[in-house]
Ligand binder design. Structure first.
Ligand SMILES: *[C@@H]1O[C@H](CO)[C@@H](O)[C@H](O)[C@H]1NC(C)=O
Ligand SMILES: *[C@@H]1O[C@H](CO)[C@@H](O)[C@H](O)[C@H]1NC(C)=O
Ligand SMILES: *[C@@H]1O[C@H](CO)[C@@H](O)[C@H](O)[C@H]1NC(C)=O
Length: 417
């Protein structure tokens, strides 16, 4: 599945940095606590014995001098801490004054004051163009990305864009060049388009090992996409309408649980879009998020007449609160190795799902019992009603017969007052 493997890899890297950061912070903390205490000890031992009154005044000013020294020390430690935190997390603003920054990037990021001053409705005074703060960590790649001829053809560099996104540089800046246009000949009308093979010619294969869908179907493209571009002979056409195991729920059963109220949905990391296709047949509109990891997922989904959303799952979902009737994911939640990361995503899913809406956790893979418990605890906290709940085991063909835990569930968002 497009977005999934990327998301996990990226997340791991970031959490690695975070723990590195926190141990460095701990060191600085320890240092400042130690120095603070030493100063205090010195101040008090050198002034604790009973002496004539005339000395007291001098001693008090001595002590206050020590105290202010300590305060200054604490202050400077705190500043140092903040600076280190900023550096380690990469939260510094993008410094466009640097010499190697592409001119187009500077232009794009320039602030434009509103001609009539402050806008009374929104309160803004200038227009800004946004770019992900993590882009700072990949300035060289970003400058390369922004290096093109204005008004000319963009370099054939979608994989560079995706590389930036997977490093957290999201959103990307806009560009003033023409993306390579590919003639989409032979697109079929909807709904015929849903299950017909997609022509190799309408896809850009640059930067990919495979140059055809046949080639892609002969290999495993990430977890969850084995032959997922084969809409004719493969297993893809049976998904969601025929169960292979007790962990597979059928779309019609799930839609029945929503009692007619399921009209729009979101599929997180939805592979080649077959979930959206099955729901489209049932008049439900589904948006499928996908990155083009090792395969042209976005083009394929679009060619089927479905809605692809080219986005990682690391940023806030670009939808309004309480909008969706259904959210489906196979393993878009990550592997449970970073509970907080999963929690941020889960809260975001909860946000866009309406009360009474369904969250379909489909064959969610739990690496071990501990991860499963983490996930369970998380789900319990949201107070969803468990309409279906199946924990199954599968033998991992690649992992020397090790058995893996899979969870499938249909959860209904409660009405919270
Ligand atoms: C005050 O300072 C004098 C000398 O600076 C010292 O001898 C004395 O012990 C101090 N007294 C107190 C109460 O700390
Ligand atoms: C499906 O299988 C049939 C018979 O094995 C074969 O002729 C056909 O080319 C296959 N179609 C695709 C799209 O792979
Ligand atoms: C989908 O909508 C069309 C047009 O309104 C209707 O004819 C068809 O029966 C609907 N299909 C389902 C499965 O509800």
């Amino acid at each position: 599945m497009g977005s999934v493997s990327l998301k996990i890899g990226d997340g791991t890297a970031r959490f690695g940095r975070a723990s590195l950061c926190s141990s460095a912070l701990n060191l600085v903390m320890l240092f400042s606590v130690l120095t603070t205490n030493l100063f205090a000890l010195y101040a008090f031992t050198s002034s604790s014995t009973n002496q004539p009154l005339r000395y007291t005044h001098r001693n008090i000013s001595l002590i206050s001098e020590h105290v202010s020294l300590i305060l200054r020390e604490i202050d400077s430690s705190q500043k140092k801490l903040a600076r280190m935190e900023k550096e380690l997390l990469g939260y510094q603003n993008i410094d466009v004054s640097r010499s190697n920054v592409a001119k187009e990037l500077k232009l794009f990021l320039q602030h434009h004051p509103l001609p009539l001053g402050k806008d009374s409705r929104t309160g803004i005074t200038e227009m800004v163009s946004s770019v992900g703060h993590s882009c700072e960590k990949s300035m060289e790649l970003l400058s390369q990305y922004m290096n093109y001829k204005v008004g000319g053809a963009c370099p054939d560099d979608w994989s560079l864009a995706q590389k930036l996104i997977s490093r957290g540089c999201e959103p990307l800046p806009r560009r003033r060049c023409f993306a390579k246009a590919i003639p989409k000949v032979g697109l079929l009308p909807f709904p015929l388009s849903l299950w017909k093979p997609v022509n190799d010619k309408i896809v850009s294969w640059s930067g990919l090992d495979c140059k055809s869908f046949d080639c892609l179907n002969s290999k495993k493209v990430g977890r969850g996409c084995v032959g997922c571009f084969d809409l004719v002979n493969g297993t893809e056409k049976h998904r969601f309408i025929k169960a292979r195991s007790k962990n597979d729920f059928l779309v019609d059963d799930v839609l029945a649980l929503g009692s007619g109220g399921i009209r729009i949905g979101l599929d997180l990391g939805g592979g080649s879009g077959s979930f959206a296709a099955r729901l489209a047949e049932r008049n439900v509109t589904v948006v499928t998020t996908a990155l083009n990891v090792d395969a042209p997922f976005n083009e394929f989904i679009a060619a089927r007449g479905l809605f692809p959303l080219f986005s990682s799952l690391d940023q806030r979902l670009p939808f309004y609160d309480n909008a969706f009737d259904l959210v489906h994911t196979v393993n878009g939640l990550g592997d449970g190795g970073h509970p907080e990361k999963m929690e941020f995503l889960m809260f975001d899913i909860d946000r866009i799902l309406r009360a009474g809406g369904l969250f379909w956790l489909d064959n969610f893979y739990c690496a071990d019992e501990e991860r499963k418990r983490t996930l369970m605890r998380l789900i319990e906290r949201f107070g969803y009603k468990k309409l279906k709940w199946v924990v199954g085991q599968k033998v991992d063909a690649a992992g020397m017969g090790k058995s893996l835990v899979y969870l499938s569930a249909i959860l209904q968002k409660p009405v919270r007052v």
